[in-house]
Design a protein. Sequence first.
Length: 215
Amino acid sequence: MRLSCLIPSSLASRASLFYTVEQGWSMSNLAYELEETYTYADYLSWDDDERYELIDGVAFMMAAPTVVHQRISRELMTLIDDFLEGKPCEVFAAPFDVRLFPEEDNSDTTVVQPDIVVIYDPSKLSDGKACRGAPDLVIEILSDSSVIMDRKVKAEKYMEAGVKEYWIVSAKDLEVLVNVLTGDRYASTVYRDRVLSTVLPGLEIDLQVVKKGIM
């Protein structure tokens, strides 16, 4: 599996770098190899026609999602939104910026666009542009090109930022890996029929319903 790291064209001539993810690979090593990294302030100046995520100052271009990916996102978003009606929290779907470690001067170096997020604290939405800080629930839908990014790189960042619950959804078989923050580590459970949430007590997602909605 290879991850594509791109230097945004608005900041430099187009260049593409590819790093093979191997044992011992880390974002800090990649940032060191690139020699130049970027901040949220840089991110705000980039072309809106291209979607990027910024992780430890390294910019990753995001490919357009597949039809199945979008159908899964739509079904999950609808079910969660219905469940949250009348509750003091909000659900958002990508593209929506999440600044996991926000700085007042916009010098933070990690900005992600999860597929779905649920946010309890309205103050995290106060600037009207992004979520400032960790959402309570994050959902990522796996694609062939995002397996290592979602399972390793983002999982570590979400854990570090304090995301209480992180779902990783397999688009191939609708298997859902639910990671619940316990201390400073994630405890993981795989669901194949019904998904239960700890951060949203009472939420139960019937995966057969989701499957029917994407057929």
